[in-house]
Design a protein around this ligand. Structure first.
Ligand SMILES: Nc1ncnc2c1ncn2[C@@H]1O[C@H](COP(=O)(O)OP(=O)(O)OP(=O)(O)O)[C@@H](O)[C@H]1O
Length: 785
């Protein structure tokens, strides 16, 4: 603790208290095998988180990214068996005590949906087992018991001031309170039976808690006869989709009517407050609980996959305690705020769509900014220099800003469940809280004189109050249209200038200028940090996406492979069937390769024989041989045909045997078959040609025979002619010889004359022997003749 002036200001530095509460398993969770030993509480300050098999963390650690086991330390850890009372005493006692001494306090619960945040703060379940809020109320009212300020003319105003109300305004306050309670009554009448039971429970709870409060007061050494009076005021609002709504405003009855949104402003001290928020004066814990109930009724709840009654907004219940002196002077105003943050679940896990998706986006965004603020606060401590803290980026952090900047004590309650299915989210929450735990808070210890609240109204700025009241009534009664709301948002000034004097305005401008320069300087650093953070977040997201896609890819590959395989089998069968049918159809024409080759050889042989035949036929002189050759060629052809038909029967058998094993050969055989057919056709052609040739040769033989015979006849007739000529010549010769012998005897030989004389000389020139020889060359038959 460091004090600059002990009577005026003291500052205290302490680490932000972060408590962990582990929720027990529900029956359904146990049945769903959610209990996989993910959360192991080592001792009251340390917990071990072990990644279950199917979590992203485990998969990443298997890839070498990150670890599967994480250890976290907290200010205190409360196990699943911890009762509500034990939890309250372990966490809230100190804060509530400080609050009663005039210190501000903020408690916020953080955790995934269904982790027990609302259970921890409020009265979910049985009323006997109330959370920290009803218990804190009991302690507060126990503390001020018998010392309550009975009137309603001193009302909290702005962030920490008090407004002095006149009679009429005080009456209006009473009326407003009655209106709020009337809605509870209406509800009560509807469920009379249930109400009786609840009231009894609440009464019994109150009795128990009042006794408990008295004992606490005794512990704290409170004097019940102290002259100071107390006035307690409560408010309850929610931040839903970055809009602030008063939960004590009745919900619009008309369907298209919009809920009036409230604005966050800053007063002259720079502290944020919700403008026009309803503050209700409560006399006891029961009344405060009624307010809580009314607000809960108007709260944005929805049934998500993970929680049937999930809070979709951040709700803040605030209790302002006015310490009033003997002369109605305000000595102190302290505020205790309990914030039930919406679940920090991820969209895919909770299967959010439409409105739920938008809500989740806004919830995650404001929680992200809260995380950024906490990280920035921690960094500025480490670097020992002022760091830009983005408080103003979300409504939630704007309201929390004062608590982190010394206006009071903040404490964080981290709620987790032990379910394996939400492990990754739980780990994220734990990492967030690990950063938060390192934040050092600088708390201004408020002494009696320090920052005494301003009392406005009767002796203060009456004009400002009037204005405020007018705007308040306007804001509450007239719902703004969407455009108007947007316009207002744009025009919105952070400070409610209506309450400031000219000097204050100048001062504020100066402050703003300073802040602007500071912010400009910090902007570059912030940008770098954001880039880094974004990079890290994107890397993680990319890793997750890659993993999901690679998994999907593998699955797809597998299914396609299966499909392809089955389709391939199908096609194979179809081809087999088709080939079989084709083969059956073409069975008669089918000739195996060996047979085809044998046939080819035969065709070649036949060609040879035909060639020989042709050679023989050319020799026209040997007619008999040629005719016999022709017949033998015919026989050869006939035998080849017979051979082919025999081969065909063999082929059919062969095909049947081979068909099953050699599907692939079918195609090649088909082509060969075609070739064979072609060859056979060619062979047939040749065969036909040969037959024609043989016919032609036969005709030629007959023709030549005829010519030969006619030639023979001509020769014979020629021989006869020659023989006749010879006979004539012989006669002539004889006659000439006789004549020559007579003339020799009588006269001198006479000279040769005319044809006869020439013939005689030629016969005399040609020896008789050669003539006879030519005659002997003629056939014997003709010679005989
Ligand atoms: N410590 C506990 N002991 C027994 N039951 C618990 C405890 N904490 C929570 N539960 C039960 O768990 C369920 C979820 O709790 P709760 O609604 O408080 O979660 P939440 O974190 O507020 O969820 P959301 O963020 O969605 O509003 C409730 O049924 C509640 O009764």
């Amino acid at each position: 603790v460091s004090c600059s002036d002990s009577s005026v200001e003291c500052t205290e530095q302490q680490l932000l208290k972060v408590y962990l509460r582990v929720r027990p398993f529900s029956k359904t969770e146990l049945a769903n095998n959610e209990s996989q030993g993910c959360v192991v509480i080592e001792n009251s300050e340390s917990v071990l988180l072990q990644a279950p098999k199917d979590s992203c963390t485990m998969k990443n650690s298997e890839k070498g990214i990150g670890q599967s086991v994480h250890r976290f330390t907290f200010s205190h850890i409360f196990g699943p068996e911890t009762t509500q009372r034990e939890f309250f005493e372990g966490t809230m006692k100190c804060i509530v005590n400080d609050y009663l001494d005039g210190q501000n306090g903020l408690i916020f619960t953080y955790g995934v949906t269904n982790a027990g945040k609302t259970f921890t703060i409020q009265v979910k379940g049985t009323p006997k087992d109330g959370g920290i809020l009803p218990r804190a109320l009991d302690v507060i009212f126990g503390h001020i018991m018998g010392r309550q300020y009975q009137k309603m003319d001193l009302k909290p105003y702005l962030s920490s001031d008090v407004l002095k109300l006149d009679c009429l305004q005080a009456k209006q306050e009473e009326l407003m309170k009655a209106t709020v309670f009337a809605t509870v009554k209406e509800q009560k009448q509807k469920r009379k039976k249930k109400k009786k039971k609840t009231c009894m429970n609440q009464n019994s709870l109150c009795k128990v808690n009042v006794q408990y409060a008295i004992s606490l007061n005794r512990e704290r050494g409170v004097d019940p006869k102290e002259s100071i009076k107390f006035s307690v005021w409560v408010s309850f609002f929610e931040i839903y989709n970055e809009y602030v709504y008063d939960l004590l405003d009745a919900l619009p009855t008309l369907k298209n009517q919009k809920r009036p949104g409230l604005r966050i402003c800053e007063d002259q001290t720079g502290n944020s407050y919700v403008k026009d928020l309803k503050w209700i004066n409560v006399c006891n814990a029961e009344e405060a609980c009624k307010i809580l109930k009314t607000g809960n009724k108007n709260r944005s709840l929805a049934s998500t996959k993970m929680n049937r009654q999930s809070s979709r907004s951040h709700s803040i219940f605030s209790i302002r305690l006015l310490r009033i002196g003997d002369e109605q002077e305000i000595l102190k105003v302290s505020e205790l705020s309990l914030c039930d943050l919406a679940g920090s679940e991820r969209c895919n896990k909770s299967q959010t769509f439409g409105d739920r998706l938008k809500e989740a986006g806004n919830i995650n965004n404001s929680l992200l900014i809260l995380g950024k603020c906490i990280a920035a606060l921690r960094q500025s401590q480490n670097k020992m220099k002022q760091n830009y803290v983005p408080f103003r980026e979300s409504k939630l952090t704007r309201l929390f800003q004062a608590f982190f900047c010394g206006r009071g004590k903040a404490c964080m309650i981290v709620n987790i469940n032990q379910c394996a299915s939400t492990y990754d989210e739980t780990l994220h929450v734990m990492k967030f809280s690990a950063v938060a735990k390192q934040v050092v808070q600088t708390i201004q210890v408020r002494t009696f004189d320090f920052l005494a609240p301003r009392q406005l109204g009767k002796d203060g700025n009456g004009k400002a109050i009037e204005k405020s009241k007018v705007s308040s009534s306007l804001s509450i009664d007239t719902p703004l249209s969407e455009e108007e709301e947007e316009e207002e948002e744009e025009e919105e000034e952070e400070v409610d200038v209506t309450i400031l004097s000219y000097k204050e305005l100048l001062c504020m401008i100066g402050n703003l200028k300073e802040r602007l320069t500071e912010q400009r300087q910090n902007r570059l650093i912030l940008e770098m940090e954001i880039r880094k953070e974004m990079g890290e977040a994107m890397f993680l997201q990319l890793m997750e996406t890659e993993e999901t896609w690679s998994k999907r890819l593998a699955d797809l590959k597998e299914t396609y492979e299966d499909k392809l395989e089955s389709r391939f089998e199908m096609y194979k069968d179809a081809i087999k069937r088709h080939a079989y049918l084709c083969a059956m159809e073409e069975m008669e024409n089918y000739v195996p390769l060996e047979e085809f080759e044998a046939e080819q050889r035969k065709v070649e042989e036949r060609d040879k024989k035909i060639a020989e035949l042709e050679a023989i036929l050319k020799n026209l002189q040997i007619a008999d041989t040629s005719s016999s050759l022709g017949s033998s060629a015919l026989k050869v052809l006939e035998s080849s045909e017979m051979f082919t038909s025999n081969a065909e029967t063999g082929i059919t058998l062969e095909l049947k045997n081979r068909h099953a094993e050699k599907d692939q050969i079918i195609t090649s055989f088909k082509s060969k078959n075609k070739e064979l057919k072609k060859n056979l056709w060619e062979a047939g052609e040749i065969y036909q040609e040969n037959i024609k040739e043989i016919e032609r040769l036969k005709q030629e033989i007959v023709q030549q025979k005829q010519e030969f015979e006619s030639l023979q006849k001509k020769q014979t007739s020629r021989v006869f002619e020659l023989e006749a000529t010879v006979a004539e010549l012989q006669e002539l010769l004889c006659a000439s010889r006789k004549h020559s012998s007579v003339s020799e005897e009588v006269n001198q030989p006479k000279p040769k004359k005319g044809l006869f004389a020439n013939l005689k000389s030629s016969v005399a020139g040609t020896p008789l022997k050669s003539i006879r020889q030519s005659v002997t060359n003629t056939p014997t038959t003709s010679r005989n003749r």
